[in-house]
Design a protein around this ligand. Structure first.
Ligand SMILES: Cc1ncc(COP(=O)(O)O)c(C=O)c1O
Length: 323
């Protein structure tokens, strides 16, 4: 990846003149089966620039429980666009009935529901994949009510590898799809928003409003191209490592819930405070994402032998905290 970065041809992308950015955008659009794509600095910007094009102030966006765009993007939908987010379903999933029940339109007293947003895989729900059939049913309910559709596909690649369903099939119903090159794909920075040519023109305008135009961005686009070429199929290794970590944790008497579907392991321990301290002391970078609830993420810098080492250190911590 560093070699690809060093060799990248560059130009000024604010003027649309960077060949590496162009190549990355073409490749992402082709992978997602959309006419156009725009390179943006982060997944958060991808989500928020998309929402800007799909909503007006006062609108409601329906999203999954603990959706990243609501929980972890600094309150951006309300702070930036004057949009409220209403969560539906449980554990990152919802069904067509949840969508129908939540929609409010055609009454001057209530805020109109404008968009349905999915997150696949779902971060807070532990890397859960949204089942394709349920997704299509919820999409139909949203379309019947005239809603726009956004997919936060920061980890769509994990869903692709876990299910064998191509990215273009996952992306097909959506007006906007954001995908990340960082995280499991290992690029240092960068995300893309994909959609129609007209839609991506509007997303470009939103990126400008957010200060997301980048000049010789080819150096980071090259990292993204390298990640797409070399780091997608290998996500299966992360999924296998997550499975092994979960199995080892269960053997240590730790509650793992839900069972991992992709590259994350969510677990709970009885003594979270000393456990978190033990993780820090033993250089295990596993976040507590809710009181008593931990999230381990597997990625290309964590190998099978690291998982065994992590389990050995966790066993030590548990022995110390239980005694
Ligand atoms: C589901 C999801 N969407 C969006 C983002 C935001 O990505 P970034 O950190 O690049 O802004 C993340 C980050 O973890 C995420 O998990």
């Amino acid at each position: 990846m560093r070699e690809a970065i060093a060799k990248a041809p560059v130009g000024d992308d604010v003027y649309g003149e960077d060949p590496s950015v162009d190549a990355l955008q073409r490749r992402a659009a082709q992978l997602l089966g959309k006419p156009a794509a725009l390179f943006v600095p982060s997944g958060s910007m991808g989500n928020q620039a998309s929402l800007r094009t799909l909503t007006r102030p006062g609108d409601v966006v329906l999203a999954s429980e603990n959706a990243h765009l609501l929980r972890y993007e600094g309150g951006a939908p309300s702070a930036l666009w004057g949009v409220q987010v209403k969560t539906i379903g449980r554990g990152g999933l919802f069904d067509a009935e949840d969508v129908r029940r939540a929609i409010t339109v055609g009454d001057a007293h209530v805020a109109p529901t404008r968009v349905l947003a999915f997150e696949n895989t779902h971060n807070f729900a532990g890397g859960r994949v949204f089942p394709l059939e349920a997704l299509h049913e919820a999409v139909r309910a949203a379309r019947e009510a005239g809603l726009g559709l956004h997919l936060d596909g920061a980890r769509l690649w994990n869903a692709v590898v876990a299910t064998g369903v191509p990215a273009s099939v996952w992306a097909e119903p959506f007006d906007t799809v954001s995908v990340c090159l960082s995280k499991g794909l290992g690029a240092p920075v960068g995300s893309l928003v994909c959609g129609s040519v007209e839609r991506i023109r509007e997303v470009h305008r939103a990126r400008k409003l957010l200060g997301g135009g980048m000049r010789q961005a080819g150096v980071i686009a090259a990292a993204g191209l390298h990640a797409l070429d070399h780091h997608v199929e290998r996500l299966a290794v992360d999924h296998a490592n997550a499975g092994r970590l979960a199995e080892g944790l269960v053997a240590l008497g730790v509650r793992v819930d839900p069972p991992p579907e992709t590259n994350m392991v969510m677990f709970e321990v009885d003594e979270p405070t000393p456990f978190a301290e033990g993780l820090r002391e033993r250089s295990l970078r596993i976040n507590a994402i809710a009181p008593g609830r931990f999230r381990a993420v597997l990625h290309l810098d964590v190998g099978a032998e690291d998982v065994e080492e992590a389990l050995a250190r966790i066993e030590e911590i548990l022995r110390a905290t239980r005694s």
